[in-house]
Design a protein around this ligand. Structure first.
Ligand code: NGQ
Ligand code: ZN
Length: 452
């Protein structure tokens, strides 16, 4: 059982909290308690966040695309390099990279991940003997790290807006809607081997990688689980979709798909005021990926309008160029400050920015991953993170300032413990399977770099 000197419960801060959990869920929460022999004693306990958007394999190319070339680098040239990188990745390497990524997420304070998975086939595009081979590799990485996985196999059929054919670099991603249904079934079989908090959703990659008819067909075949889609990340995407479908991407999606609380719209960066308000009303989650959106030069999210309209949001690490929960939180707020020349933007009315961002991302992330979590309360999954408030970045703060300290002053090394649905994966700041996962990752990278 867990004893926390202080915990942020659904009812607010409480002291001397003893928590029990069983089969992944919180079964008892006593405040004003005393620690019992055998308890895991921690300093400050928070609901752990979900990381709602990841392409784990991209972690392995972090730092390789930051060299300026002939003054014309863009999101699209980054993407070409990323495609080249996917050209040789083996199933073993993909699993080793995903395990490293999930470990880094847990050490940073994320209990779960939405893996938006589109690397399906062999180099060249021939399916593996098992269509779900690479989904099984992602599931294996989740098993090794014990992270809470929401696996999101991706429907990727076209190379660009207007049903353009796949480019050669996209061959490993491609499926018809029919074959996609088989792939989802294989992914479900792989995830069934994992603990019961793990699950499967669907992910049409983007409007440009699918078509209106295919999207409708994929949605019709889907009966349970979250639906994720990339949308309006780059201006070119907005103009391409407008030219093809006659409406801006978010506008088109809201008018043509049953977008509701099961949906997560990744990025949603370039929206008009009307799109922002309509998206907030839909109940969908905005999947914000602040570090990646800064790294790729996407632009800032329309935060103030969206929050004022009650819009829901969560955080994702997307390209995994850096995995840091504290840095995602502050990068989101700083993107708003830099645009608006203002401070404390991501709060409606008055209040703590850190608390608004953290609790908003906890609830929104849980919703987006279809996970019964997001606050510490009986019946919720035991997705918990402990931080050390004696860290110099936090030691002078009152309890009601700790989330501001976490978001703006601290590094992820304040994380001491993490539980994914009750599985105690990080202890004393280190993942329990760190040695083996690190060794496998280094070996995978050596073989990958030799083959590139
Ligand atoms: C992805 N990443 O699916 O990994 C995309 C690049 C695309 C981001 N959008 C590929 N950040 O959008 O076509
Ligand atoms: Zn993405």
């Amino acid at each position: 059982m867990i004893f926390a000197k202080r915990a942020f419960l659904s009812s607010g801060w409480a002291d001397n909290v003893r928590l029990t959990h069983e089969a992944g869920r919180l079964t008892g929460i006593d405040t004003g308690a005393t620690p019992q022999p055998g308890d895991t004693v921690v300093d400050t306990l928070l609901p752990a966040l979900a990381n709602l958007h990841s392409h784990s394999f991209q972690r392995a190319m972090a730092g390789m695309t930051e060299f300026r070339m002939a003054g014309k680098d863009s999101f699209w040239t980054w993407r070409d390099l990323m495609y080249r990188f996917t050209g040789t990745l083996t199933p073993e390497q993909i699993e080793a990279i995903a395990a490293l990524v999930f470990l880094e997420m847990q050490e940073a304070g994320y209990a779960s991940v939405g893996e938006f998975h589109y690397l399906h086939h062999q180099p060249g595009g021939t399916p593996y003997d098992d269509l779900g081979e690479l989904s099984a590799r992602i599931a294996a990485a989740a098993a090794r790290t014990q992270i809470g996985l929401t696996h999101l196999p991706v429907l990727y059929t076209y190379g660009g807006a207007g049903q353009a054919p796949l480019q050669s670099g996209q061959a490993r991603f491609g499926n018809s809607v029919e074959r996609y249904a088989d792939l989802v079934a294989r992914a479900r079989a792989a995830v069934k081997e994992l603990p019961s908090d793990c699950r499967v959703g669907i992910a049409p990659h983007s409007l440009r990688a699918t078509s209106p008819d295919d999207l409708r067909a994929a949605l019709a075949a889907h009966d349970d689980g979250p639906i994720h889609i990339h949308i309006s990340e780059q201006p070119k995407e907005v103009t391409d979709i407008q030219a093809w479908l006659g409406a801006r991407p978010v506008e088109w999606l809201l008018d043509n798909a049953p977008v509701n609380a099961d949906w997560c719209l990744i990025h949603a960066t370039h929206m008009t005021e009307a799109e922002t308000l309509d998206m907030a009303k839909s109940g969908a989650v905005a999947g914000l990926c602040p570090i990646t959106e800064a790294n790729l030069g996407d632009g800032p999210f329309n935060g103030p309008t969206y929050l004022t309209a009650g819009g829901r949001f969560g955080l994702g690490s997307d390209s995994n160029v850096r995995i840091s929960l504290t840095e995602e939180l502050r990068t989101l707020e700083y993107s708003q400050r830099l645009r608006d020349l203002a401070r404390n933007v991501m709060v409606v009315g008055e209040g703590s920015v850190g608390e608004t961002l953290y609790t908003g991302a906890a609830r929104g992330g849980a919703q987006a991953l279809g996970r019964g979590t997001g606050e510490i309360a009986v019946g919720q999954l035991a997705d918990l993170v402990a931080i050390d408030s004696n860290d110099p970045a936090l030691c002078a703060l009152r309890a009601d300032q700790l989330l501001d300290g976490l978001a703006f002053a601290a590094s992820d090394n304040v994380v001491t413990d993490l539980w994914s649905a009750g599985r105690h994966a990080v202890r004393e700041g280190r993942h329990v399977a760190r040695g083996r996962i690190m060794a496998d990752y280094r070996a995978a990278m050596a073989s990958l770099m030799a083959a590139l």
